[in-house]
Write a protein that binds this ligand. Sequence first.
Ligand SMILES: Cc1ncc(COP(=O)(O)O)c(C=O)c1O
Length: 425
Amino acid sequence: MKIGNDLFKRAQKLIPGGVNSPVRAFKSVGGNPVYIKRGEGAFIYDVDGGEYMDFCASWGPLILGHARPEVVEAVKESASSGMSFGTCNPREVEMAELLNEMVPYLEMMRMVNSGTEAVMTALRLARGFTGRNKILKFEGCYHGHADYLLVAAGSGLLTGGITSSAGVAPSAVADILVAHYNDTAAVKKIFEKYGKEIAAVIVEPVAGNMGLVKPEPGFLETLREFTSDSGAILIFDEVITGFRLAATTYGKICGITPDLTTLGKIIGGGMPIGAVGGKAEIMKKLAPLGPVYQAGTLSGNPVALAAGIATLNILKKENPYPRLAKFAKKITDAVEAEAKEKSFEIHCATEGGMFTIFFTDKKPLRNLDEIKACDTAKFANFFRAMLKNGIYLSPSQFELDFISSAHTEKDIDLFIESFRKSLSR
Ligand SMILES: Cc1ncc(COP(=O)(O)O)c(C=O)c1O
């Protein structure tokens, strides 16, 4: 038996589904997950000798590729001085100053250990600051696994949402409003009805968790306008987009300043991390300055910060972004041309160095309803064919793929070649 299959069998006895995060189980693409033991640059290597060009990048953090020497060195150096102190440490100050320099509207920030924690803190802050309870989110956007965010649109967009996970009390989502992404008219209606009760609007400014969906012109502007008018807090969840599309946030790129921003992934360079930051008057509500409680044994961990600081400094210095976007465009053009020639209905959505290959005849895709119409069975076959051809994509139709600065032009040509072969299968 293959070593990976044996590991999966053993894992399933002790770990629910054999995995520590559900999408790793390959449920939507079939087959057994691969067990990766090593990564270097753009490639990952499994326990059975398989080699794959990686476009999942640990779900986004590894914008510099695997085991970038400067990042590894920073981690080694930090770890050898102690893993955690539970005290103040100099890297917390260095990271805060770096983030403030790269995103000046992050006037104050707090480090946490995951994107989920960052979002929980942002929403508690919004409620504590405004004294209101309701939160508006958008269907298809994912903001971590806190109870009140595991919610789907109820019947009629103006009603509260319904839970999308067992174990979430209906009362936990009673104050959550859900609208379709890009639905400016729904946002207007919701604000007409609930404006003065809304504590926060939270949105992925470029959505990634239903596959790539871009904000239509006016959508984010409308959110800014309505939140400002009603005194609600606008939160951009940039756990994916932060430092992914430029050496700053998407808010900075598009010129819309949110009140709070949540970050994760890239700012930890592959180590567990999260951060919430924004307007000082809101951030000052956090304990110990204010009444909104938040804490963490390992928050501001020096080893995670060392990896993050090294990563951000490299991004600042090297500016890989135009190259990542050029590679993504090359992939999109080749994918769509090939699909057309072979009469496949495929749309490749791209933003900077991120892309999703959708099996659909529709384009562009604007929200989750449209995305749900994609042919997931075709995607599953395609994913497995790509894997056989040495390409590791994110294992779901509803996810992003990421190009890293370790990918070369030759790698991108290889991807296109594998895509052609996979489509023929
Ligand atoms: C936009 C967004 N917010 C929050 C999260 C949650 O982050 P974490 O998995 O680090 O808890 C994710 C995770 O993918 C995300 O994509």
